[in-house]
Design a binder for this molecule. Structure first.
Ligand SMILES: Cc1cc2nc3c(=O)[nH]c(=O)nc-3n(C[C@H](O)[C@H](O)[C@H](O)COP(=O)(O)OP(=O)(O)OC[C@H]3O[C@@H](n4cnc5c(N)ncnc54)[C@H](O)[C@@H]3O)c2cc1C
Length: 273
């Protein structure tokens, strides 16, 4: 699809990131065109394909939903894990039992836990149609994404567009910044490594700096950097565990890549998660 519309390889590769983001696919994988459509079909403030930041960080969105619900009489309980869904006659949901043993009766149960948790762990299996359970078991939710949240003590300065002396955010700091996406072959190569069980040696990186637009997220002069990276295989080659060492090695690879585009990035890191 991109080849039909564009000539520039860096542009095609950057757009191709939306064809693979969050999916264990290469831009060459049939069906990746749908993933691209999925990511550009939305709109924000009437602008098609636009994405935005939630003012106050993602937590502000949950808080807004929570306060809207509370204003309409909802009671919210946190740290109350559900153990199972109570079913009555004919398999009708009648409430839930919490892990602490409390029973909560209701006419309706809505679950926003994943379909696997909801139907394979929380609902008595014998009450569900066998073919439905099988279909839930077959849903493939493996993700190649590793998200890294970083706190930095200065704004990254990219070789391609160095910071000004006053260190104020430039237009590109307020957008999503795509690294290791100069050519579609790089995305394919990063995917292929992960398909063989190895984290990409040159991962696809989408870097956002929400504090460039929302300064309240970090102390003055400091910033929060959100790194959406792939590909990390869910199962490592040779059955190696995704332990602290493996996670840190991958994070170091990502940081080395960013350092090549924005020298000084690694020295600016105050913390990472
Ligand atoms: C890496 C990544 C990046 C993303 N980026 C974006 C983005 O930029 N923009 C965007 O719009 N969307 C993004 N998404 C998608 C977005 O995060 C999800 O669509 C959204 O979080 C779904 O919300 P939810 O409340 O339905 O489910 P969840 O956020 O998954 O919430 C389900 C909750 O149920 C809880 N739970 C599970 N089991 C139990 C139990 N037994 N008892 C009680 N509670 C339980 C879980 O702990 C969890 O808190 C991203 C997703 C990922 C993974």
């Amino acid at each position: 699809i991109l080849d039909q519309w564009f000539e520039s390889e860096p542009l095609k590769a950057t757009l191709a990131t939306d064809a693979v983001i969050g999916a264990m696919t290469s831009p060459h994988t049939p069906g990746s065109g749908y993933v691209l459509l999925h990511h550009v079909m939305g709109q924000l403030d009437g602008r098609r394909g636009a994405w935005g930041y939630v003012a106050g960080g993602m937590g502000a969105l949950s808080q807004a939903i929570a306060s809207a619900a509370a204003a309409r009489g909802a009671h919210i309980f946190t740290e109350k894990a559900v153990c199972h869904v109570l079913l009555g006659k004919g398999g009708r949901a009648q409430g839930v039992v919490l892990q602490d043993g409390t029973e909560v009766r209701s006419k309706l149960v809505l679950s926003n836990a994943s379909p696997q948790i909801t139907f394979l762990e929380l609902t008595p299996q014998e009450e569900l149609p066998k073919d439905f359970v099988q279909r839930i078991q077959q849903v493939d939710t493996r993700s190649p994404v590793t998200k890294i949240n970083v706190a930095v003590d200065r704004l990254p300065s990219f070789l391609a567009a160095p910071n000004t002396r006053d260190g104020r955010p430039l237009p590109h700091h307020q957008c999503s910044i795509h690294l290791n996406c100069e050519g579609t072959h790089l995305l394919h190569q990063a995917f292929t490594e992960a398909a063989h069980g190895h984290p990409s040696s040159r991962p696809m990186i989408e870097l956002c700096i929400p504090s460039a637009l929302d300064p309240g997220l970090a102390p003055q002069g400091c910033h929060v950097v959100s790194l959406f990276t792939q590909y990390t295989p869910s199962v490592l080659a040779g059955g190696r565990p995704w332990d602290e060492q493996a996670r840190n090695t991958y994070a170091d690879t990502v940081f080395d890549c960013i350092e090549a585009y924005a020298p000084g990035f690694k020295a600016s890191v105050v913390g990472r998660d």
